[in-house]
Structure formats: structure tokens, C-alpha cells
Write a protein that binds this ligand. Structure first.
Ligand code: URA
Length: 428
């Protein structure tokens, strides 16, 4: 079948035979066909979706297009976590070390900023000396010796996804549930994990704006995980306001360190413990999620989780000896409440873009980030504020960028007479 026939099949809602799909994608990855043939196919998938079987085949082709890590023969349960991305989402930085302190092995390949959302790799790079591009051998060795390694994506894991993702990015085909599922799951499965917990964000600051969209994505990701023998749990959490106290670069790393030392914001710790409980139950460390929460609390209170974080940082060349003096911003400004009442709505998407304007994310691929940049949230949904109270404290080292962020934040928190409660989790 040629590419035109495949597109016609997809448009007619027919199932593409496995061998045809395999040879088509393989031909694109090997460059025997080009973007001109792949683009109509991606658009047809974007418009018509894919069956479970087709999504599994897509994942498999991407997975086998590059290197895979094998942890066979290793005792600890090997697991990872993935989030669909949000504002102030620092869960990986806190959860990873807690899980490693609990005895799990955590090989975590993280991403850079995407649109209005922050990137875990970018945040780790604010630690002086911290290496985010180790070889896969070093990555694996660190997981085996320290119990955890967190670094960026490598060129050799799922090159087919890299190539197709780049084309999706410029053809308006990013937001397709089967394409997202193949893309995310191939990279996670390539880490050699036995278990995975997914944090599907939903709300006005998430890529999945509605609970229904989030549920569809969650179900497909879980289906793919299980098809590859990876125990996969899904948590649906809110992105109707930023998570935790801050959104930015070094400030989020500092907040994560506080959290690992026992001073974590309630919403952040609830999400961390919820995800962590799924992994501890998967790993057989405990049977009940209630005891899983107390195991995690103890690891934080005893200092073991923070010790694991320090061990990981040192193993990757990082130096936190001067942490309290790091990345001092040159400029700062505050956005104040213009009336009294309760915060009833936060425009999280807008807050995320204000963070990008400050220097925490990229509009263009080569934009330079400002490690000093960030926003501290002085009030969140349900909080009572009086006119003139601080809402957003913004900081960075470029005054023009600071002013443009401040302007866009003016209307990002709506104040009203009713005390609203923020719902942190949605059930499936
Ligand atoms: N993140 C990925 O890795 N792939 C997607 O398609 C979307 C988000």
C-alpha cells in the first residue's frame, strides 16, 4: 500500500493492517519517504484517531527505533513517573528521591519546557555542575548504584518519536491522543521500567482542558503500558491553579529541597504522596495506600529522602554547597489585589505564559533561560485577600521581561465574594 492508500483507509475509519503501518513508519524513519507523505497521514490520524492495536504498533515501532535500557537481574522494583505537564509542577523532583529512599530504582528521563509549562531538565540545570546529558551507560550505572538518576532525553532513545514529534509540532498534529500515547509510552518503556505512575493534569493550565479529555488520554496510556507488561497507574490531578508555592527555575528547585526537608506545600505533597503510594503498592512494599503515605512521610521526616536527593546530585556532578546564595534575581515586582474577597479563579495558562516571559521557558527553540526567574504565589484559590494584598511576587534578571510578565499577570487571579474550594484530584 502506498501512503495515499493508508490515508484513505484512515479517513474511511478502517483499521490499517499491522504490516502496512510498520513498513510505512519504518520507511519514514529510514528516510525512504519524506515529510510530504507523512504529513497527510498524521493529519488523518489527528482527525480520525487510531485503534488500540494501531497505537500499540506505533509505540512498538518507536520503541524499537533506538536504544533500550535493560535492568534484568536487578533486585529493586524499577519504576518511573510521568506528568503531562503543568505550571509549578515539581513533583518529579520530590517524588523521585522519596521513591529511591524507599528502595525503588528510578531511571527518570525528563523533558524541557513545552509551551507554557516548565521543564524538569531545565530546573535541574540550575544546580551548578549537575549533568543532565550522561551517556546511557552512566545513567544506568547511577540508577544501579544510587537508586536514581534524573536527566534529559537522549538522542538514541526513540529516534522515530523525535522525528515524528518534530513534524507534528509544525503540522498542528500534537494534540492527538494516540500520537501522544505512542510518543510518551515508547520513551518510558525504553527506560526498562517495570512500573509507571502517570499524573494526568487537567484544567485551565493543562494540555488536557477537560476531565473527559484527560480520562481518554489516561485510559490509552494505561492500555499501552499494560500491553508492554508495564504496571501502569493513573492519577488525574488539577491544573486549575499552579502547584505549590512557586513556578520558575531555581525557585522550584529550592522549593523542592524545602519539600524534601519537610517544608512542602500541602497541595504539592498530596500529589507527591498520591503518586508515590501507587508505586509503593505496585512494588509490593505495602498493600495499602494509607500506609504508603506514612512510609513516605517518614522518609521525609527522617531526612532519608533529602539524603537520597543529595546523593543523586553529587553523583551527577552537582554542587549544592552554596544553595542559599544561588541565582539571586536582580529585579522583582509584586502584583497586588485590586479588591477584597476570596480568590475564586486562577488563569493558570496565563500564569504559565507570564513565567515564559520572565525567562523560565522558551518561545523559540534557542531562547536562553534565566535561572533566577520565577513567580511566588502569595494567594491561591479559596484564600481570603484584602485590597492591596500581594498576589504574585515575580523576579528575574531582565527588567523588560519582568514588566511584560507583570502586565500579563494583572488579571490572572479573579477575586469574588464566595469562598470556592479547589479540587485537587479527579477520579476515573
Ligand atoms: N510529550 C511527549 O513526549 N510527547 C507528546 O506527544 C506530547 C507530550
Amino acid at each position: 500500500m502506498n501512503s495515499n492508500q493508508l490515508v484513505q483507509l484512515k479517513k474511511a475509519g478502517e483499521i490499517i493492517p499491522k504490516s502496512e503501518l510498520e513498513s510505512f513508519i519504518t520507511a519514514y524513519v529510514n528516510e525512504s519517504i519524506g515529510d510530504d507523505e507523512m504529513t497527510p497521514f498524521l493529519k488523518a490520524v489527528h482527525a480520525n484517531g487510531m485503534t488500540d492495536e494501531e497505537t500499540i504498533i506505533l509505540t512498538d515501532i518507536m520503541l524499537n527505533s533506538g536504544d533500550r535500557i535493560h535492568f534484568s537481574g536487578m533486585d529493586p522494583y524499577v519504576a518511573d513517573k510521568h506528568s503531562t505537564g503543568g505550571v509549578g509542577d515539581k513533583v518529579s523532583m520530590v517524588l523521585g528521591p522519596i521513591m529511591a529512599a524507599a528502595g525503588l530504582a528510578i531511571p527518570m528521563l525528563t523533558g524541557r519546557s513545552l509551551g507554557h509549562t516548565g521543564g524538569t531538565t531545565d530546573k535541574f540545570e540550575t544546580i551548578p555542575g549537575y549533568q543532565t546529558s550522561l551517556t546511557l551507560e552512566q545513567f544506568k550505572a547511577n540508577v544501579e548504584t544510587v537508586g536514581i538518576c534524573i536527566m534529559g532525553q537522549t538522542e538514541t532513545i526513540c529516534p522515530a518519536d523525535r522525528k515524528i514529534y518534530a513534524l507534528r509540532d509544525v503540522t498542528g498534529t500534537i494534540d492527538s491522543i494516540p500520537l501522544i500515547s505512542g510518543s510518551i509510552m515508547s520513551k518510558k518503556i525504553a527506560e526498562g521500567i517495570q512500573g509507571l505512575v502517570l499524573d494526568i493534569k487537567t484544567g485551565n493550565g493543562a494540555f488536557m482542558k477537560t476531565v473527559d479529555e484527560a480520562l481518554s488520554l489516561g485510559r490509552m496510556l494505561q492500555m499501552v503500558g499494560e500491553a508492554f507488561g508495564v504496571k501502569t497507574d493513573v492519577v488525574y490531578s488539577s491544573m486549575n491553579q499552579p502547584l505549590g508555592r512557586t513556578a520558575g527555575l531555581w525557585c522550584e528547585m529550592a522549593e523542592s529541597i524545602d519539600a524534601l526537608q519537610g517544608d512542602g506545600e500541602k497541595d504539592l505533597m498530596k500529589v507527591v504522596f498520591e503518586l508515590g503510594s501507587k508505586l509503593l503498592v505496585q512494588a509490593g512494599i505495602t498493600r495499602s495506600e494509607t500506609s504508603a503515605i506514612s512510609i513516605q512521610e517518614n522518609l521525609v521526616q527522617s531526612g532519608k529522602a533529602y539524603e537520597k536527593f543529595e546523593e543523586m546530585v553529587v553523583a551527577q556532578g552537582g554542587d549544592l554547597s552554596n544553595a542559599s546564595q544561588l541565582h539571586q534575581p536582580r529585579f522583582e515586582k509584586t502584583v497586588y489585589a485590586e479588591s477584597s474577597g476570596y480568590i475564586e479563579f486562577m488563569d493558570t495558562l496565563n500564569i504559565g505564559w507570564a513565567g515564559v516571559a520572565l525567562g523560565c521557558g522558551r518561545r523559540q527553540k534557542d531562547d536562553r533561560l534565566d535561572p533566577t526567574a520565577g513567580i511566588e504565589f502569595k494567594a491561591k484559590i479559596g484564600d481570603k485577600v484584602a485590597k492591596g494584598d500581594p498576589l504574585f511576587w515575580c523576579f528575574n534578571s531582565n527588567e523588560n521581561q519582568l514588566n511584560s510578565a507583570i502586565n500579563s499577570l494583572q488579571d490572572s487571579a479573579r477575586i469574588g465574594p464566595e469562598k470556592t474550594t479547589h479540587k485537587l484530584f479527579f477520579n476515573n
